[in-house]
Design a protein around this ligand. Structure first.
Ligand code: SF4
Length: 484
C-alpha cells in the first residue's frame, strides 16, 4: 500500500476510511497507516490509541476454511500476519503508553479468545459508539474487553469518507432484509444511500485519480427499493448514469441476488449498457446459491428466492444466470454446506442442482463452502466446520463444481491469451494453462476419491521459509508429472 512521507496510506480499505471520517467528525486526530508503517507513525506522532481493522484474523472465514481444508489444514496467512502484527504491537505497547482496539468485519473471531495485546474488541458498526470508546481509551478509563456497537438507523449518522478508498470502493446499501440465518449482515438495518451521498464519496476517489468504482452492496438490485418484491429500476439507472457522467471508467459491484434479476431483466440490461460491460470488461459478482436441499433451504434461507419459493429455486437460478450472462455479468455462486442436520441426501440435492445448472453451460463459477458460524449470525453458536463432520458427499459436490469452474476459467483464460499478438507468448501461455489446469483437476480428483484425506499429504507445505518454498516446488513438480 503506497504511503505519503509521514507513513499515511494514500488509499485504504473503505471500512477504515469510514472510521477515519467518523472520528474526524468528532474532532479526533486520525492517521490511517498500513501495518508496516505503524512503528514509524507511532514514534513521530505520539499516538495514544491504535485501532486495527480485521477481516479474517484467525483464518476462519468461509473461503479461508475451505482453502485451508483442501490443502490439508494449517494456519492461513491472514492468521499468521495478524499474529505478526500482534507481536509488533506488543513490543510498541511495552515502549509507549498505548491502548489497542480491534474492530471490523472479522472482529467476531476474537470474541471468545482475545489475544493479550488487545484492550478492546469492538464488534458492529462504528458510527454510534466507537468515538466514545476511543475517548475512554485515551483517557485511560476502564471498559469491557468486548463492546458491541449499536447500528445507526439514519443516514445523517453515517459521515461520508474524506480520503480515497482502495479500488474506488463506495457503499450504496447497508444490510439485507432476506434474513438468512448464516449471514452476519442480517441484524443490520437496511439502508440505501442517496445518490448525492454516493457521488460525494466517488468524487473523493476521482480527485485522487481513481477512475473505477467498486460498489459495496449485499445486493445491487435492492438499491433504492423498500420491498423485496420490486426492483427500483429508475434509481439504479440514475445511479449508473450519474457515475458515468462524472467520468467513471469502470463500474464493478460486489453482490447480486438471483430473484430480483428475474424480477427485472430490463434493469440488468440497462446497468450493463450504461456501464459498458463487454467480454473483456465484464463483472463477476458473488451470488448466493447456497443449497439444493428443500429442508436446508426452508430452514436457513427461506427468503432467498422471494417473491418465489424453494419450488422455483433451480429454474430461477438458471434463468437469472442466463439474464446476467447476456449482460456480461458472470456470477460466482457460493454454496453453504455443513449445517448440523445436513445429511448426504441433502448434499445429493445440491449436487443435482449444480448438475442442472451445468447442463445449461452458463459462464459461472460454483464454490461449495463450509458454512461458518459467524459472530453476528443466527447460527453463531454452531461448531466450526471440520473435515470429519462434513457429509461425505461434500467431496463429490466439490469435485463437480471445481471441474466446471476450471472448464470456464480455462475457456476464458484462452480467450485472454489469444488477445496476445506474439505467437510464442500465445503458445507458451496456452501450454501453461493446460499444464496447470490438468494438475489442479487431478488434485481435485484425488480429493474426491479419498473424501478429502489426500489433502493431508500437503499439510506440511510451508511457504514461509526458503527451504519450505524449494520443498513445495519439488512437491508441485511431482504433482505435475504424476497428473495426466
Ligand atoms: S441474501 Fe445474502 S446478504 Fe441477504 S441475508 Fe441472505 S446471505 Fe445475507
Amino acid at each position: 500500500m503506497p504511503t505519503d512521507r509521514e507513513g499515511k496510506a494514500i488509499y485504504a480499505p473503505y471500512p477504515l476510511r469510514k472510521v477515519e471520517a467518523i472520528l474526524t467528525n468528532k474532532n479526533f486526530k486520525v492517521a490511517v497507516v498500513p501495518p508496516e508503517k505503524i512503528d514509524k507513525v507511532i514514534e513521530s506522532k505520539g499516538v495514544r490509541v491504535i485501532g486495527v481493522n480485521v477481516h479474517d484474523p484467525k483464518g476462519i472465514e468461509p473461503v479461508s476454511v475451505k482453502l485451508s481444508m483442501i490443502f490439508g489444514g494449517g494456519e492461513t496467512w491472514t492468521a499468521k500476519f495478524f499474529d505478526e502484527l500482534g507481536e509488533k504491537i506488543s513490543k510498541l505497547k511495552r515502549k509507549y503508553d498505548i491502548k489497542v482496539v480491534v474492530g471490523g468485519a472479522g472482529a467476531w473471531q476474537l470474541e471468545r479468545e482475545t489475544p493479550e495485546w488487545i484492550d478492546v474488541v469492538f464488534i458492529g458498526h462504528a458510527e454510534i459508539d466507537f468515538p466514545e470508546i476511543v475517548k475512554k481509551l485515551e483517557e485511560g478509563e476502564k471498559i469491557p474487553k468486548i463492546v458491541k456497537g449499536r447500528y445507526p438507523r439514519r443516514i445523517e449518522d453515517i459521515p461520508p469518507i474524506i480520503n480515497p478508498s482502495r479500488s474506488g470502493e463506495v457503499q450504496i446499501t447497508r444490510g439485507c432484509p432476506r434474513g438468512c440465518w448464516f449471514c452476519s449482515v442480517t441484524p443490520d438495518t437496511f439502508i440505501s444511500f442517496p445518490i448525492d451521498y454516493i457521488i460525494k464519496e466517488v468524487e473523493v476517489n476521482l480527485k485522487a485519480g481513481i477512475k473505477d468504482v467498486s460498489l459495496i452492496t449485499d445486493d445491487i438490485m435492492l438499491y433504492g427499493t423498500k420491498k423485496l418484491n420490486e426492483v427500483n429500476h429508475d434509481a439504479i439507472v440514475r445511479l449508473f448514469t450519474e457515475l458515468k457522467k462524472r467520468g467513471v471508467e469502470y463500474i464493478n459491484f460486489a453482490h447480486i441476488s438471483a430473484a430480483p434479476v428475474k424480477l427485472s431483466p430490463k434493469t440488468v440490461k440497462a446497468m450493463s449498457e450504461i456501464a459498458g460491460w463487454n467480454e473483456e470488461r465484464a463483472v463477476a459478482p458473488v451470488v448466493g446459491l447456497e443449497t439444493g436441499s428443500e429442508k436446508i433451504f426452508n430452514k436457513y434461507m427461506k427468503m432467498k428466492a422471494y417473491p418465489w419459493t424453494y419450488a422455483h429455486w433451480r429454474d430461477l437460478i438458471v434463468e437469472a444466470t442466463s439474464i446476467m450472462n447476456d449482460s456480461y455479468i458472470f456470477p460466482c455462486y457460493t454454496m453453504t454446506i455443513g449445517y448440523p442436520e445436513e445429511t448426504d441426501k441433502d448434499v445429493e440435492d445440491s449436487i443435482s442442482l449444480v448438475e442442472y445448472i451445468i447442463d445449461h453451460e452458463p459462464i459461472a463459477w460454483i464454490f461449495p463452502l463450509p458454512v461458518i458460524p459467524m459472530g453476528l449470525s443466527k447460527i453463531r453458536d454452531n461448531p466450526l466446520p471440520a473435515m470429519e463432520r462434513l457429509p461425505s458427499r461434500y467431496w463429490d459436490l466439490l469435485y463437480i463444481s471445481w471441474k466446471y469452474d476450471l472448464k470456464i476459467t480455462r475457456k476464458l483464460s484462452k480467450t485472454i491469451a489469444n488477445t496476445s499478438k506474439n505467437p510464442l507468448i500465445r503458445s507458451m501461455v496456452t501450454y501453461m494453462i493446460d499444464k496447470v489446469f490438468n494438475s489442479i483437476e487431478w488434485y481435485f480428483e484425488q480429493i474426491k476419491k479419498t473424501k478429502g484425506k489426500s489433502a493431508l499429504e500437503y499439510r506440511d507445505l510451508n511457504l514461509n521459509t526458503a527451504y519450505g518454498i524449494v520443498w513445495s516446488i519439488f512437491q508441485l513438480f511431482k504433482l505435475s508429472f504424476s497428473s495426466p
